[in-house]
Design a protein around this ligand. Structure first.
Ligand code: KG4
Ligand code: ZN
Length: 377
């Protein structure tokens, strides 16, 4: 059963209304309460069961969401000091993500909406990241540039309003977070690997190994990180055939981190120049990286740009950012009905279709048009 989300029903939410938001697109189960624009709670339960596999195992992820979701939602309500009867609307991530994981959150949200007769709104996870800087005290001004850089996505957007953002470029293969995670797996550092690499890099030399910077010369805003992963593998086979000694880890991590940060910072600043945008928002899990933050701060100051990075709890996957977008949609008078479906469609697959993804409401409708075969609730 498939319903185009553009045929949403009309609702109204008071500006100080209470939104309960749920996010289960990958391996974090999160629930948040927004009272007006203020985040009253943001509970995040991270799944540890994937660590020994070096990546997220979808079946384990959906089971783990199922086992904790009601506790996480209850905690979010209690931390906000409210009960379900106080909630005015429910927002939930519908795409993109792991279908089995998305279904858990979507069905839970649908159940609440049905039982308590609440308006329900389906939210695009990437939209959540793009606007997550609005959860900070220091907020961006439209139009701004947004770099979404996570385990699943690496893309640059020109953001005009809450209703409109244009994709300037995205990764052609792996996301930047995957380059961190796959290198960490090769080095035996577990999953997720970004934070382990970040910590080890602190004691290493960033210029120790010249890892490649892909697509730097291209006159576009796309990225590619799969060659970097291959370069690391080749380097390890050549220089450390018997395995990497602990003493060599910091230099490898610092050099890899530098290669990723260098490409992200330079291409983003180039886009800011091209489109004359002062404010740059960096969001998604990789924006927690310390070198990416310091390089952005340093280079952007020199270029006269303002860099805004959400607090760490709003950088990695969280329900507060879903609540923020859900609230905007509800304030604009739209909601979804109980038939909406979840789907996995990543940005990079959509980008292959010329003309698609030009602005957010348009891509939401296009995705919904072809979503039913991806599975759903
Ligand atoms: O946004 P997020 O929580 O989930 C996705 O939507 O993918 O991002 C997770 C990604 C993982 O690849 C993880 O390794 C990376 O963010 N990450 C980091 C750091 N902290 C998390 N990468 C580099 N340095 C970090 N400090
Ligand atoms: Zn994410």
């Amino acid at each position: 059963m498939h319903q185009d989300i553009s045929s949403a029903s009309a609702v109204s939410l008071a500006p100080d209304g209470i939104v309960l938001a749920i996010e289960t697109s990958c391996d974090e189960t999160s629930a948040a309460v927004l009272r007006g624009a203020e985040v009253a709670s943001n509970v995040i339960s991270s799944q540890l069961e994937h660590s020994r596999y070096g990546g997220v195992v979808p079946e384990l992820a959906s089971r783990a969401h199922l086992s904790v979701i009601s506790t996480v939602v209850r905690e979010a309500l209690s931390e906000a000091g409210i009960g379900i009867a106080d909630v005015d609307a429910v927002a939930v991530t519908s795409h993109p993500g792991l279908v089995g994981s998305l279904i858990v959150g979507a069905n839970f949200a649908k159940g609440l909406a049905l039982r308590y007769s609440l308006p329900l709104v389906a939210v695009n996870h990437i939209e959540g990241h793009i606007y997550s800087a609005f959860l900070n005290a220091e907020q961006p001004e439209f139009p701004f540039l947004a770099l979404v850089v996570s385990g699943g996505h690496t893309a640059l957007f020109r953001v005009f309003s809450f209703r409109r953002a244009e994709v300037l470029g995205s990764t052609r293969d792996d996301a930047a977070g995957e380059a961190f995670d796959k290198t960490a797996k090769m080095l035996g550092l577990g999953y997720p690997g970004g934070i382990a690499i970040d910590r080890l890099a602190a004691g290493g030399r960033a210029d120790a190994i010249a890892f490649p910077r892909a697509m730097m010369r291209d006159d576009n805003f796309d990225f590619s990180f799969s060659g970097l992963k291959t370069a690391v593998r080749t380097y390890l086979q050549r220089e450390h055939p018997g395995g990497v000694a602990d003493a060599s880890l910091p230099d490898i991590c610092a050099s890899l981190q530098e290669a990723i940060a260098d490409v992200l910072v330079r291409k983003t600043l180039r886009a800011a120049d091209r489109y004359g945008l002062r404010d740059i928002v960096i969001a998604g899990g990789v924006s927690a990286n310390s070198r990416l933050r310091s390089l952005f701060a340093e280079q952007a100051r020199r270029a006269g740009r303002r860099v805004l990075i959400p607090a760490i709890e709003f950088c990695t996957d969280n329900a507060a950012m879903i609540g923020l977008i859900g609230r905007q949609k509800l304030l604009g008078g739209s909601a979804d009905d109980l038939q909406f479906t979840v789907h996995s469609r990543p940005l990079r697959a959509e980008r292959r279709k010329p003309g698609s993804f030009r602005d957010i409401p348009a891509f939401a409708a296009k995705e919904a048009d072809s979503a039913s075969s991806d599975g759903g609730s």
